[in-house]
Design a protein around this ligand. Sequence first.
Ligand code: ATP
Length: 235
Amino acid sequence: MLKLKDIHTYYGNIHALKGISIEVSKGEVISLIGANGAGKSTTLMTTSGVVPAKRGSIEFEGRDITHLPPDKIVKMGICQVPEGRRIFPYLTVAENLDMGAFLRKDTAQIKSDLDYVYDLFPILASRCNQTGGTLSGGEQQMLAISRALMCRPKMLLLDEPSLGLAPIIIKQIFSIIKKINEEHNTTIFIVEQNANLALKAAHRGYVMENGVITMTDTGENLRTNEDIKKAYLGI
Ligand code: ATP
């Protein structure tokens, strides 16, 4: 479904991605793990067109999207939940969700998708008139995921969904990520520092160090790999 081939991305002189290749099949949950500054967020930003690649190619469902702008990439079905949520703090929950459906015109389907996200996260339904900035961190993460779901994504890009959240909320978020994948057949690409959770949730995983992919395997094989355990799981 998604093929990143030999991608190089720069911030000025900083060579953040040094020839990475990643493939994601339809229906998969893929996790990309790595330390701070490894290039995980840049991988998502490059996929969604926010920080374009300088070299290499990105294909989505057989179409070359390497040089498409972010809005065109969203329209094709790739939606990103950015690191740190970035919800609209002064808009209500309902208005934040409306913004997620901004590019859509299928009113009836938008209504049923709204029912779907309120069903996934009932707390958001009960807070629909509350402004986003007054929600807890966990609720803001739920809102950020829901806002992305309102774009009707074929593929959801999740940047550090566990960041700054309490363990019980992280567990809840990951179980809903699994549900979205299984019930809605949404393909999911997660980047995470919480390697244990991310690999548990993933069919396959990639490990990144200093802008390079150093290992790939099933989530389970990576989670039980001795080197990964030492480097990323603190075991
Ligand atoms: P983290 O988990 O801390 O977000 P990461 O693995 O997601 O780390 P990136 O944020 O992709 O890593 O950063 C990769 C490299 O690119 C790092 O060296 C970082 O300092 C650099 N970088 C990231 N964003 C920018 C930016 N806007 N301008 C300049 N350099 C950047």
